[in-house]
Write a protein that binds this ligand. Sequence first.
Ligand SMILES: C[S@@+](CC[C@H](N)C(=O)[O-])C[C@H]1O[C@@H](n2cnc3c(N)ncnc32)[C@H](O)[C@@H]1O
Length: 426
Amino acid sequence: MGSKTVAERLEVTIESLGAQGDGVGTLDGVQVFVPFTSPGDVALAEVTTRNRNGIYTELVELKAEGPGRAKPACAHFGTCGGCQLQFLSDETYRAWVRERAATALAHHGFSADLVLDPVISPAASRRRVAMKALKTVSGVILGFNERQSHRLVDVETCPVTRPELTSLMQPLRAILNDLLAQAMNATVHMTLTHLGVDLLIDAPMALDLAAREKLVDFANTHDLAALHWQDQGFLDPVAIRRTPVMNLSGVLAALPPASFIQATDEGEAALVKAVLDACDGFKRVADLFSGIGTFTFPLARTHQVLAVEGAKVAIDALAGASNVATGLKQIVPLHRDLYRRPLTPKELSAFEAVVFDPPRAGAKEQVAELAKSDVKRVVAVSCNPNTFSRDARTLADGGYSLDSVLPVDQFLWSPHLELVGVFSRV
Ligand SMILES: C[S@@+](CC[C@H](N)C(=O)[O-])C[C@H]1O[C@@H](n2cnc3c(N)ncnc32)[C@H](O)[C@@H]1O
């Protein structure tokens, strides 16, 4: 006769929210993490893992509700892994966003007082989204992964995403059902650009003429700007009806397929304002990890700008746009790998202010050079509070003061968070 293990259950009162959005309580001095709970909740939870950080659980039942809860906006909440924190009231969520930044900074010795009131993008504002699709016998599932799983949740709509993108979900299901082979997976990248939706479908399948015609029809019917098909890395421009461009402070910059843009209009506006305010009064600015010019073009209205970027297609788009734009100061585009060849203190001495906005890994190599430079103002834009705080410590140890940190949340109800840190040479 086989034996059956009985899962261990705990009852715990939640005291705070952790960095990943789980409720955190303590039992016998050990932290207990319970998803979908908030301070004041009393949770019955089943243990899944124990490690040196504490005990990880799944919520079985709420025995009592604390004051920080609200009704989730989406019917898929709880199953869909896209949003973890929809069950929080606006005030609790805002306080947690600020706390998330403050906790990361505290690990590197910075005060919570530096953290400003967060700018949080509203619902229905996400302008870029990647959805997964799977062809099954009963049709195409289109949605996001379940929480901590590779299983897909078929979503009818998505309350964080722009309606121009969610309205394509049902038609996409239909066309993918027509095109994909049984059990085939695809990823659908949708980006709302200045001239309409840019759609990229990534699936391991070459297009025949009939499939191509259906996709062109789809692009026409839904007035897409562009539709690309990507088959195992091979990018096929199926229908380019209008070149996708972004409007960056009045400059139209081409958006190459799969290139980076900020996730919401509101988030971009807040980041740009913070960067412009911090660079006010400084004549020459270097914009490192510039992408297609989110900060370069607004800066170039009043500053001379060196834009440095590692992706050739992105810096070419930036250079192309700056060649035809009017009313800008000088822009110098530079294609360079800043991880392998960061700007040296000597090169940096040409600038009074430097903005850097690296990928999630941060900019360790570039920050080590900045810490030795005489640049007066450094503005760090980051999508990772942990690497931000690490890089901030290097700058502080090099003699910079951290003046303020603005949290900018473009991924509503998720633990993803952008920060803008302003540093001055003291
Ligand atoms: C977070 S994005 C920011 C882009 C831009 N500042 C914006 O707001 O749209 C990071 C950028 O760093 C670029 N990048 C990644 N690795 C790089 C490297 N080693 N050297 C230079 N740029 C790099 C990416 O191509 C991307 O454009």
